[in-house]
Write a protein that binds this ligand. Structure first.
Ligand SMILES: Cc1cc2nc3c(=O)[nH]c(=O)nc-3n(C[C@H](O)[C@H](O)[C@H](O)COP(=O)(O)OP(=O)(O)OC[C@H]3O[C@@H](n4cnc5c(N)ncnc54)[C@H](O)[C@@H]3O)c2cc1C
Length: 408
């Protein structure tokens, strides 16, 4: 990976959306020598929600973006990914994230606060002279003439650049025009999130692990966050919820309803939660085309996924890195750079989208014989087996010299 700037004429990229994906793209493009204007709909740049898990591939991306040290400073390094049976309260298996894991993948596995992660990217963007960050700038649509793209903002203002990156999330306005595949698919899975002070977490469960309790049609995730001050709780119930919901406050009784059938040891975790917020999860079918002329998509706008592989933000950052590198490879040819970006990203991100759904069905929400089979298969795996099966995702293959080379 070169990470250096391209030699061609400087282009002006418009990036719709200032989330983790949009800021990663802005940083990567600016480091590739381009000028960037980020157009964010909200009145302030920030992130809603608490924790986020980051695989080693996120750290490969941080290093490329020049924020590796800052990102490492905000992380909690968990020792294990621990899988529990929520129906029986027993251990199923765990993946060791220690030295063997780090050596194999070249980087650690960590959990961070979303706001802290966004803050690291935001400070780097704010400090970069070639990046302009604009808030209250909702992109409605775009038009293009072969050499430039003009976006229309909700304010009525028009902004013109050489290309447009739609990093405007699950409900992307840019995707509506590029792909036009309607509303996202409602998964029917309800996710409730809470953050509790560490002293409220049952003492025997204060593990330095990203722990997942898999139960019939439901699962619970918890891990320590913010220097062990709090635990992040994310609990999901497959209740065939029909409508998308994002961040609605709900009472504890409603949350408990989905978990009455699981073991007391797992149930008690939920009772410690408070101020629960509900999301009804959505994703989309993978599509092969993210490009319209000088416009492309990135992050959740391109490949929204269920969170079951904890990879949505990691993929958004990788997208940004890849886009920047393609502008280094093809500095005078935006169309070629966008095509090269797309061809390197579509199958990898589709794999995450499809595998996340499969994991939900066969691992996280299995019941009866299905669950027994899961436990038997997973208990038979060694650390070496796990590392092998995760190599496609966590290894640096997606951002390596070879896969980022101009001709690859
Ligand atoms: C419960 C849950 C847990 C998750 N856990 C993990 C995890 O552990 N690890 C992981 O890697 N990922 C995780 N994810 C996924 C991750 O949060 C997303 O994939 C990631 O945040 C996507 O980033 P993005 O920048 O593409 O989109 P977004 O974060 O949605 O950002 C889009 C931005 O665009 C702005 N915007 C929207 N429309 C417009 C417009 N028309 N004009 C201008 N601006 C606009 C928005 O205000 C927002 O700032 C999780 C997701 C959920 C729901």
């Amino acid at each position: 990976m070169s990470g250096g700037s391209g030699q061609g004429t400087q282009q002006h990229f418009l990036v719709a959306g200032g989330g983790i994906g949009g800021l990663s793209a802005a940083l990567a493009l600016a480091r590739a020598g381009q000028r960037v204007t980020v157009l964010e709909k909200a009145a302030a740049l920030g992130e809603i929600g608490a924790g986020i898990q980051l695989g080693p591939n996120a750290f490969h991306a941080f290093d490329y973006l020049g924020v590796g040290e800052a990102a490492r400073a905000i992380a909690v390094y968990v020792d294990k990914l621990r899988l529990m049976d929520a129906a029986t309260g027993e251990d199923i298996t765990s993946i060791d994230l220690g030295d063997g894991f780090r050596k194999r993948f070249g980087n650690p596995y960590a959990v961070v606060h979303r706001g802290d992660l966004h803050g690291v990217l935001l400070s780097a963007c704010s400090a970069h002279p070639q990046i302009e960050l604009r808030v209250k700038s909702q992109v409605l649509d775009y038009e293009q003439d072969g050499s430039s793209v003009t976006v229309r903002l909700a304010s009525g203002e028009r902004v013109t650049g050489s290309a447009l990156i739609g990093a405007d999330g699950l409900w992307s306005a840019v995707r509506k025009q590029v792909v036009g595949d309607g509303a996202p698919r409602v998964s029917g899975h309800s996710t409730y999130r809470s953050v509790i002070p560490t002293e409220q977490m049952p003492e025997d469960l204060r593990w330095n692990a990203a722990t997942l309790w898999a139960g019939p049609k439901c699962h619970i995730v918890h891990y320590p966050l913010s220097g062990w001050k709090v635990f992040n709780l994310v609990v999901t119930y497959h209740n065939d919820a029909p409508e998308p919901v994002a961040g609605k406050s709900v009472p504890m009784d409603e949350v408990m309803r989905g978990f009455e059938h699981i073991h007391e040891r797992a149930q008690q975790i939920i009772r410690h939660g408070n101020d629960w917020k509900l999301w009804v999860l959505c994703d989309r079918e993978p599509v092969s085309n993210w490009i319209d002329g000088r416009v492309t998509l990135l992050g959740d706008a391109a490949h929204p996924t269920l969170q079951y592989m904890a990879q949505g933000a990691c993929m958004a950052m990788e997208d940004g890195v890849c886009l920047g590198q393609m502008m280094i490879n093809f500095p005078d040819n935006i169309e070629k750079a966008l095509a090269a970006y797309q061809s390197r990203r579509v199958l990898r991100t589709a794999r995450v989208q499809l595998q996340s759904r499969a994991i939900g069905e066969h691992i996280y929400h299995a019941d009866g014989v299905h669950a027994q089979l899961r436990n038997t298969i997973m208990r038979a795996k060694t650390s070496a087996d796990w590392y092998e099966s995760l190599a496609w995702l966590y290894g640096n293959t997606a951002l390596s010299e070879n896969s980022m080379a101009a001709a690859a």
